[in-house]
Design a protein around this ligand. Structure first.
Ligand code: 475
Length: 830
């Protein structure tokens, strides 16, 4: 099906493309060619952006041969692969990773130097594709990196948003969102293929028809459609000759819209219709963990999933493929519920378009999907109102009803007419309005359901989907998240990487458990000193970045205490803030001398969903506390609070390697996994954290002595909840907490205006859904342990080294092995 249409082929084209020569001269020639003929400028007349674009195109030439060879082999072997379906990919900058994958960093650096160009300047020119909100999108990016590096066939499917996650700015300490025009200066990494556009339909009605054999069939008569244009991106494996594909879809109006423009005479209306269609891939929804339930979002979901499934069936399979064998060729991994509409879509294609019987189609579908859940917050479980779904996708709604009927019949067969159970388990909820519970649909359809850390997977079975766990023994499993050591150690922290390689040799980058070999170096005084030198150098590097970016200073003799993640109440940035305010209050009240306080720089990085009021108030408060504390001479510069705006992957790569202390302080049972926690440990920061998400596993591995645990455990949270949580009683009982909260209420951080932070304060005192006040005392006590540990320089370094040595488990390569073994059954690589 993917025929090129070539009737004859040139002898030179019989071989796959050749890579350009991997020599400095060879590189310079290619680079200048791209600059001259691609950008149309001379070296002398080129801008930094010209140079960056030319370099990016040159580097992708080096990947080309591997890419076409990977595709050829895949076509030849027809080995089972993974189609990762994700509404988000938070990729980070591409250039450095492509250079690392091809091992060209040195050659390119030298060649550019000969042209009078600094590679670092060109790398800094790249605008990262921020096509995700946070953890879920970054996880998808780590996973496709690992699969390419492990030579596992994978195609990532998603949406090419024209605008990614908003650019965050602060105006008088408050978050203001700016559009993220990541494509404005050119998009050198993408390969658009408008000729392979697919038509995606919406709306309309369903009718019954009779086919030639006299069999009645339901037929969808859609009302409107839009083109899905594929944009391909290379996903290079680390120095293994493999390049997988990420295929992101862009919405474009179809000819029908153009014709309307031509015919209707109502030009404005026609253009509006076109804009309407193209809106589908216009912008990433900036909500994280709390879905919005907007029609456009459902359009986005169906748009990319229908395009992806259709693409796989029509383009990736041989023409005569026997669809009953589909589960031997592909597994569609659902990254949360966003792509779950793919379940009825595959059923529709198999039954309505390919003529399969319902039962045969359902047997295939159940083997072709698996579902990953990323949350436990009930408000984050996606539901779609039946009205909306039926309006946009009437045939899919019918299919969902049928799936539900069959499923509930099975439940009845097993448990009798237990109506309460039926109501609990129905894919269709009746209240507060009739709606489809997407997580239930995914669970019924998926061959496996997994949580993202051991604790989370357990809670998922026990608290969120217990009926399903009982009904489907063996369906639920765990795969603890991971992070790619290529980006988050090798690229982000070259100094530590070099130190590691000096000690234990190469090999750890693709076999991260080898870091265990560093354990004995924790006892080596000279190694510890070099380790500290690396940390200090990373702080100076961060200082340089933040000075230029935002005018902030980072002292390399301060403990660097970092909390970077989306702003969400359950993550409890306000608890971190209460610790800062308490420390500040102790200084200004004279309780402690500034000189006796451990010098600390607190770094925050966090975006709030634009419509999330309380999160935005907390951002404002962090900035307000920062301005006051930083400027107060009584503090004698021993506390600094800095909050660089627009935290993203690029900034993470600079912040994390410099950190001493990693803040992972969510209320136990609320953070599904966390992945930032892994990045910090791998880069030699110690964690202060609750017994939540993957913190549990980090602590188990690095050891209690090298981790600052505090706070209620999940069962205690549950118990306090049932007993009745009264936050103000903690306020009454704890003088330190009272003083911190009173200081905020007094207007000390708002120029005397007591009303500004009143909403934050009353929320804490009278609601405090995430029990900040209940964990306050334990947190303050744990921070005192941090101070004590930090004063023992050698002891701290020893712990930091052990954190690195024992973090190998958190490689996303290991996560991928777990998925392969427990879920996908994809054979080992080719
Ligand atoms: C968890 N994003 C982390 C991480 O597994 C976990 C939700 C709706 C719409 C758009 N984005 C989202 C998330 O729910 C999300 O990022 N979840 C996170 O997934 C990877 O490590 O604990 O909160």
């Amino acid at each position: 099906p993917a025929s090129t249409g070539l009737v004859a082929t040139h002898p030179l084209a019989l071989a796959t493309v050749n890579s350009p020569p991997a020599s400095v001269d060879g590189f310079v020639r290619e680079f200048l060619r791209e600059l001259n003929f691609g950008q149309g400028v001379s070296l002398q007349g080129s801008t930094v952006n010209d140079q960056y674009l030319a370099l990016a195109r040159t580097v992708r030439h080096y990947l080309m041969a591997r890419w076409s060879e990977t595709l050829r082999r895949q076509r030849e072997t027809q080995a089972k692969g993974v189609a990762y379906l994700s509404a988000e990919y938070l990729l980070g900058r591409q250039l450095g990773n492509a250079l690392l994958a091809t091992d060209l960093t040195d050659i390119v650096g030298e060649g550019l130097a000969q042209c009078g160009i600094d590679l670092a300047d060109l790398r800094a020119q790249e605008v990262e594709p921020g096509l995700g909100n946070g953890g879920l999108g970054r996880l998808a990016a780590c996973f496709i990196d690992s699969l390419a590096t492990m030579s596992v066939p994978c195609i990532g499917y998603g949406i090419r948003y024209e605008y990614g996650i908003f650019r965050q700015t602060f105006v008088e300490g408050r978050q203001v969102e700016q559009p993220d025009s990541w494509l404005a200066l050119g998009a050198p990494w993408e390969f658009p293929h408008p000729e392979n556009a697919r038509l995606i339909s919406f709306g309309g009605s369903v009718e019954t028809t009779t086919d030639e054999a006299g069999v009645e069939r339901r037929r969808w008569i859609p009302a409107w459609d839009v083109n899905a244009v594929p944009y391909n991106y290379m996903v290079p494996g680390y120095q293994n000759g493999r390049v997988n594909t990420l295929r992101l879809w862009r919405a474009q109006a179809t000819d029908a819209f153009d014709l309307k423009i031509f015919n209707s005479g109502d030009y404005e209306e026609a253009v509006r219709a076109q804009t309407f269609a193209e809106n589908i891939s216009k912008v990433l929804y900036p909500e994280d963990s709390t879905p919005q339930g907007k029609e456009l979002r459902l359009q986005q979901q169906y748009f990319f999933v229908a395009a992806s499934i259709g693409d796989f069936l029509d383009q990736q399979l041989p023409e005569d493929f026997d669809l009953t064998k589909l589960p031997e060729r592909i597994i569609f991994q659902l990254n949360d519920t966003h792509p779950v509409i793919g379940v009825p879509e595959l059923m529709r294609v198999l039954v309505d378009e390919r003529g399969l019987e319902w039962d045969a189609a359902w047997a295939i579908t159940q083997k072709c999907f698996a579902y990953t859940c990323h949350t436990l917050l009930p408000e984050a479980l996606e539901v779609w109102s039946v009205d909306l779904l039926g309006k946009l996708l009437p045939r899919h709604l019918e299919i969902i009803y049928r799936i539900n009927d069959d499923f509930l019949a099975e439940v009845r067969e097993r448990f009798g007419d237990d109506e309460l159970r039926i109501r609990r388990m129905s894919i269709i909820a009746e209240h507060p309005e009739r709606s489809v519970r997407m997580a239930y649909l995914a669970t019924v359809a998926g061959s496996k359901v997994n949580g993202v850390a051991a604790l989370h997977s357990q809670l998922l079975r026990d608290k969120v989907l217990p009926d399903f766990d009982e009904f489907y023994p063996g369906k639920f499993t765990n795969v603890t998240n991971g992070i790619t050591p290529r980006r988050f150690l090798r690229l982000a922290n070259p100094a530590l990487s070099e130190l590691i390689t000096d000690a234990i040799g190469v090999g750890w980058l693709t076999d991260l458990e080898r870091l265990r070999g560093l354990e004995s170096y924790a006892e080596d005084e000279e190694f510890r000193e070099r380790f500290r030198d690396v940390k200090a150098a990373n702080k100076r590097r961060l200082d340089a970045v933040l000075r230029e970016r935002d005018g902030f200073t980072v002292h390399d003799d301060h403990l660097l205490d970092v909390m970077v993640k989306r702003l969400h109440e359950y993550k409890r940035q306000s608890l971190k803030l209460l610790h800062i305010v308490t420390t500040y209050d102790r200084i200004i009240s004279g309780e402690v001398a500034a000189a006796d306080v451990t010098p600390r720089t607190f770094i925050f990085g966090a975006k709030a969903a634009p419509g999330y009021k309380m999160a935005k108030e907390i951002i404002h408060l962090i900035n307000a506390v920062g301005s006051v504390v930083n400027a107060d001479p009584r503090v004698e510069d021993r506390l600094k609070v800095i909050f660089p705006p627009n935290y993203n992957v690029t900034l993470a790569e600079k912040v994390i390697p410099a950190a001493d202390l990693s803040e992972q302080i969510s209320l136990a049972g609320k953070e599904a996994s966390g992945t930032g926690n892994m990045k910090f440990a791998l880069n030699g920061a110690l964690t202060i954290g609750t017994d939540d998400g993957a913190n549990v596993e980090i602590r188990e591995l690095v050891g209690n002595d090298n981790f600052f645990l505090f706070g209620m455990l999940e069962p205690q949270v549950e118990e306090l909840q049932t007993r009745g949580y009264v936050p103000s009683s903690f306020y009454e009982a704890d003088a330190g907490l009272r003083r911190a909260i009173d200081l905020i209420s007094s207007g000390a951080f708002s120029g005397g205006d007591r009303s500004v932070f009143e909403p934050v304060v009353s929320n804490l005192l009278y609601e405090d859904r995430f029990m900040v006040l209940a964990d306050y005392a334990a947190y303050i006590e744990a921070q005192a342990r941090v101070d004590a540990a930090y004063s023992d320089v050698e002891g701290w370094t020893r712990s930091a080294i052990l954190n690195v040595a024992r973090s190998g488990f958190f490689s996303s390569d290991r996560s991928m092995r777990d998925y392969i073994e427990r879920i996908w059954g994809t054979p080992p690589s080719i």
